[in-house]
Design a protein. Structure first.
Lengths: 471, 188
């Protein structure tokens, strides 16, 4: 690991279309990462678009400032990629908060791409975190990959959540591989503890927890469920989540009976643990996955995990904590049967839930993610960055004839608009937002990595609203 | 005594403290923000340019009725703008009595609003997002209902839009009267 300057404090602007009150992996990632960075003394702000009546500026835990910008989402929570209409507002925020690094999240978030590009035009640094994998073959993937390549042609650094993700990003977005780092996701293992008394003694529950969509392999599930239900009368299924494929599972439920297959519907993340501890085995049928946080949560809760060996899943967990299968019905059924047998007969190969939990603990922690992200920030901070058009335009030459020229055209317009903005709203007529005054920390952090500081008592790293639910 | 500040458009505004909290034992404060004199020269300039442009576009060859209508519409708009033009906003806080805001228009018309002392909860500086920029503004936190604890935001100085430095000045004076015990609060 290269040496880096500890005293270097950055002002980081996280941009994504996906943020609280929306729930999901990206939202959780941004929130937890921001909290850890704030704790390490950086200033962090978050930009996202309005969510219903949640608009304007909000402050979350520890003074995390969130801008809910008045831009309406148009398709699956992403804003319309106009590229130029949002320039004045984004420029204003970047200037008034004195942002030095813009950190975009998720390839699907158009706002992140717009903000990162604007940051480059303003001479700031940009970092991009990719949370998902893509294919190469179908039409939508080709289009998305092209757009991603355009956007990432002018980014300082990329972060992927697994080595498979890195490979994928380097291939489809045409980024130089030394500009891509791998920093895994993390989870709060303090929340996901085994609770053995909550499991039914005479039954075996198989938990499936995912968005019910094609990517998650929901189409494989009916055959597996029907077979297992007919073979093992003591095995029941509990499926949490919602999505377009819910109807096919409802059909299965009508066939096998609602006592064998329970559909819980949409589940807030705070309730996930309550469902996990009811089960013995966790089944994951994803067809593509960059870094599956759900299986980590399940292992941490002491469940046996049966999963497909796609994407980044094999590299996430050590082999003795997970049972891998090929993404087809036969292989998954066989592995699931093996897990059920192990549960029924108490075969010695089955690891103890608490051992699993202790092994998961400190494997993926948010402070560790923050520390590694900080290294990326420090490195990016040292890079030379020029907002001059002469320097920026050639970067798009590798993007192909049509797309490259189109992008050069857009960047030129963006440059002109920025000049106009500088005339209409000069930077010196803009008020600098005061920093949030940090209250004195309530406890000392002994370890530099802060692992114990955060995991010790109260599981602090939860959004305010969620904490309210729990109490 | 006038202090010169800037508004969000970069124009000069003048802050006048008619009554300083320090002079009356933190019992009252009266502060007014007024805009500078309205510049006539730019107006004349724009008028000349528009007149020239309409000549070039041969607008004078149109039917007189159209011309009269256009001119009337313009005049009515101008009158309306002058009528609505705010030149001074005053904030008067008297401990134990209430808060009074006065808006003075260009035509000399005045609009006064009074909030009783028991309804006033606090004075704050908040931020708002417009389509192009993020702005600071001063707001009174007012108890909408005596029984419930729900508070309403009452934005102040929306006619002059002073910048943060000016708002801090007003805020400090306001806090001195509203909560004299914590008036030594340091602004960051």
């Amino acid at each position: 690991m290269e040496e880096y300057n500890v005293g270097n404090k950055h002002v980081i602007c996280m941009v994504s279309d996906f943020f609280f009150p929306n729930v999901g992996g990206v939202e959780e990632h941004i929130f937890q990462l921001s909290q850890c960075l704030l704790r390490r003394g950086h200033k962090v702000i978050v930009m996202t678009h309005v969510y219903g009546d949640r608009r304007g500026i909000r402050h979350m835990t520890n003074g995390l400032k969130v801008y809910y910008l008045p831009i309406q989402p148009f398709y699956s929570q992403s804003v319309l990629p106009t590229f130029i209409t949002s320039i004045p507002l984004l420029r204003n925020i970047l200037l008034r908060e004195r942002v030095t690094i813009v950190h975009g999240h998720s390839a699907f978030s158009t706002m992140a791409h717009e903000a990162m590009n604007l940051a480059r035009a303003m001479g700031l640094k940009s970092v991009f975190t990719d949370h998902s994998l893509f294919g190469f073959a179908d039409m939508s993937a080709i289009v998305t990959n092209n757009f991603l390549a355009l956007s990432l042609a002018d980014v300082n650094h990329c972060i992927c959540v697994s080595y498979v993700g890195k490979e994928n990003t380097v291939l489809r977005a045409n980024v130089e591989q030394d500009k891509v780092s791998v920093i895994p996701n993390a989870l709060d293992t303090e929340v996901f503890k085994p609770a053995l008394p909550k499991r039914p003694k005479d039954k075996i529950n198989v938990i499936v927890m995912s968005r019910l969509q094609y990517r998650k392999g929901v189409d494989l599930q009916p055959a597996i469920i029907k077979y297992i239900c007919s073979q093992y009368p003591q095995v029941n299924f509990i499926i949490g989540g919602d999505g377009p494929k819910r109807s096919i599972l409802e059909e299965v439920r009508d066939e096998v009976g609602s006592d064998r297959l329970q559909l819980l519907g949409p589940l807030p993340h705070a309730n996930v643990h309550g469902v996990l501890v009811q089960g013995h085995i966790f089944l994951n049928t994803s067809l593509t996955e960059a870094f599956c946080i759900a299986i980590c949560e399940a292992v941490s809760s002491g469940l046996q995990v049966v999963s497909t060996n796609v994407g980044g899943i094999p590299e996430v967990l050590p082999p003795h904590l997970i049972l891998l299968a090929h993404p087809n019905v036969e292989s998954l059924t066989k592995t699931l049967e093996f897990a059920i047998e192990r549960e029924l007969r108490n075969v010695p190969g089955r690891p103890d839930p608490w051992t699993m939990h202790w092994e998961m603990k400190n494997l993926y922690t948010w402070p560790d993610v923050a520390r590694r992200t900080e290294i990326v920030y420090d490195r990016v901070h040292k890079e030379k960055s020029s907002a001059e058009l002469v320097k920026r335009i050639p970067r798009y030459k590798k993007c192909g004839l049509v797309a490259g020229w189109f992008m050069m055209f857009l960047v030129t317009i963006q440059f002109l608009l920025l000049k106009i903005c500088n005339k209409i709203w000069p930077a010196e007529d803009m008020d600098i937002a005061p920093d949030y005054c940090r209250a004195a920390p309530r406890w000392k952090l002994a370890d530099e990595r802060m692992v114990d500081g955060i995991n010790a008592r109260s599981g602090i790293m939860v959004p305010l609203a969620r904490r309210r639910i729990r109490t | 005594m006038k202090t010169i500040y800037k508004d969000i458009h970069g124009d000069l505004i003048y802050l006048e403290e008619h009554l300083k909290p320090s002079d009356c034992n933190d019992r009252a404060a009266e502060i007014s923000v007024s805009i500078g004199r309205i510049q006539l020269l730019p107006w004349l300039g724009y008028t000349v340019i528009i007149a020239l442009l309409s000549f070039l576009a041969q607008l004078h060859t149109l039917h007189p009725v159209w011309l009269v209508t256009a001119v009337t519409v313009q005049l009515v708009t101008l009158m309306y703008r002058i009528h609505r033009k705010i030149i001074r906003e005053t904030l008067l806080i008297v401990s134990g009595l209430g808060v009074q805001t006065t808006i003075t228009y260009y035509t000399g018309r005045k609009h006064t609003r009074f909030i009783k002392w028991n309804k006033v909860f606090d004075i704050i500086i908040a931020e708002t997002i417009t389509m192009q920029q993020v702005l600071f503004y001063l707001a009174l936190l007012v108890r909408a209902n005596k029984t419930e604890a729900n508070l309403k935001l009452l934005p102040l100085f929306l006619g002059t839009w002073p910048r943060l430095a000016c708002l801090k000045h007003i805020y400090t004076a306001g806090q001195a009267v509203l909560s004299p015990n914590n008036s030594k609060l340091k602004m960051t």
